[in-house]
Design a protein around this ligand. Structure first.
Ligand code: URP
Ligand code: ZN
Ligand code: ZN
Ligand code: ZN
Length: 477
């Protein structure tokens, strides 16, 4: 099967050109000047399918490097399965995810890793890789880090919060970092001071402050800044590369920027919710179908931050200047009915997470329209850097010969209305992005040479997506 995408504007992180893209089987075979021949053969008359992309962007498929499909968390399971979540991702122009294998304290890491393969295999619409969550780091965890590396799991998430669930203490974190420094893997950090947060939560609930807003007020920016700084210092001590996940506080951004200025391998990820949404408008919402509980829709950790304090503005700026390197969703959806509502009367029982896997490419494209980032930067933060950061670049994250045929045709003259009854395909009973309007549209999504979304129709098949064995990070300095 050969496909020619002709006359499109090909956008890579390195630049933009009008070009034809030839995909042969699962792989990009050539990027050609429009209408050119290849070794004397007329290309167009020698392919099976021709797609005219005139006036549209041809970009490498999105890579969402932070998802939690069907994650057991907060006494329930994230509501998207690998099947529903990856199909929604495809709808939105994402052709790869990296999901987190969960190990709770006491569970066998390798058993969990195999369990996640069982959940995903044969169910995914797009390619997938895995990071490994390590809770309560033990000597056996260090052995598992070497074993998993050979399986293509080259990044390990640790937690400085969620005591008794995920939290590792500083000694345990240091041990895992020493291992990462020696085997070349990446440490990913949930950077919030868990002890401080646990105390503030206890005090808020005891004082009868139980509405969703208090989820944010009990996880203040100081708890994020402090933990981010501590993680950076432990990474400095051990020499481990450090990737701070879901950064929301401007003060945490500044810690990351300072470490990078200092020459350290420290990287920051943010998410669309920290660019667009706020503590005041969403988490503190007091009206809507759920009344005073409306804010539960946006309970996630790190929490949404105050717009008055300027976090969102600072985050866009950091994204533009590469103080923050990339955008993932932290897709961890829960329905309001039967899941989020477990926290009616006590915000600390609301399962933490927001669903956005379908909308990341659109939401970030709106940043291009609004002149917050360039077109090339859009591709870089949503595809190229995720590929380089997590050892996929060359096959993923770029339109060039030899890369996987993961291509999105994006229409800058199209329009996307986001909402539960509009473009939403995630398994949720609400949308965290209800009412957002995007001046662009995902037209065609191609995964390893196969069209899976074709102008508002899903035409792929469950199981199209395959496990991607990742290498070491290609982003280290
Ligand atoms: O609220 C969140 N972020 N839920 C997912 C788990 C995590 O910490 O990433
Ligand atoms: Zn986290
Ligand atoms: Zn997460
Ligand atoms: Zn369209």
């Amino acid at each position: 099967m050969k496909t020619l995408i002709k006359n499109g504007t090909v956008v890579n992180s390195t630049g933009t050109a009008t070009a034809d893209v030839l995909i042969d089987g699962e792989t990009i075979a050539a990027v050609l000047a429009p209408g050119s021949s290849l070794l004397g053969f007329d290309v167009e008359s020698n392919v099976d399918t021709v797609i005219d992309a005139r006036g549209k962007y041809v970009i490498p498929g999105g890579i969402d490097a932070h998802t939690h499909m069907e994650m057991p968390f907060g006494g329930t399971n994230a509501s998207d399965t690998f099947e529903t979540g990856t199909r929604a991702a495809a709808w939105g122009g994402t052709t790869s995810i990296v999901d987190f294998v969960v190990q709770y304290a006491g569970e066998n890491i390798l058993d969990q890793y195999h369990l996640w393969h069982e959940k995903a295999a044969g169910n995914c619409a797009i390619d997938y890789g895995f990071h490994q969550i390590l809770s309560d780091v033990q000597d056996s965890s260090l052995v598992a880090m070497d074993e998993l590396l050979a399986e293509g799991v080259s990044s390990f998430k640790l937690f400085m919060a969620y005591k008794g669930v995920f939290l590792s203490d500083d000694g345990q974190i240091t041990k895992a970092m020493q291992k990462a420094a020696s085997n070349g893997s990446m440490i990913m950090m949930h950077a919030e001071n868990g002890s401080v947060i646990d105390l503030l939560v206890q005090q808020a609930v005891a004082a009868g402050n139980t509405s969703p807003l208090y989820h944010g007020l009990t996880r203040p920016w100081q708890a994020e800044e402090e933990a981010t700084h501590r993680a950076i210092m432990l990474a400095n001590l051990t020499g481990a590369p450090l990737y701070v996940v879901h950064v929301s506080a401007r003060q945490a951004v500044d810690q990351i920027a300072a470490a990078r200025d200092n020459g350290q391998n420290v990287f920051g990820e943010t998410c669309p919710q920290y660019l667009y949404l706020s503590l005041e408008e969403q988490l503190g919402a007091q009206s809507g179908e759920w009344g005073a509980f409306e804010g539960a829709k946006w309970v996630c950790s790190t929490p949404l931050r105050s717009r008055k304090e300027g976090h969102q503005h600072h985050m866009w700026q950091a994204l533009r200047t590469n103080d923050i390197q990339m955008v993932s969703t932290d897709h961890c959806p829960f329905c309001m009915k039967g899941q989020k509502d477990m926290g009616l009367g006590d915000f600390s029982k609301i399962p933490n997470g927001i669903g956005s896997v379908e909308h990341r490419m659109d939401l970030l494209y709106q940043g291009v329209v609004d002149k917050k980032i360039s077109l090339e930067r859009w591709v870089e933060v949503t595809s190229t850097t995720p590929a380089r950061m997590f050892g996929m670049y060359g096959k993923k994250g770029v339109i060039q010969p030899g890369a996987d045929g993961d291509v999105v045709i994006y229409d800058p003259n199209g329009h996307t209305s986001i909402g539960l009854n509009k473009t939403h395909h995630m398994n949720m009973d609400y949308s965290a992005w209800e009412g957002f309007e995007i001046d662009g549209h995902v037209d065609t999504v191609i995964s390893r040479g196969k069209v899976i979304v074709d102008d508002n129709r899903y035409v792929g098949t469950k199981g199209d997506g395959k496990y991607f064995k990742r290498g070491l990070s290609q982003y280290l300095i």
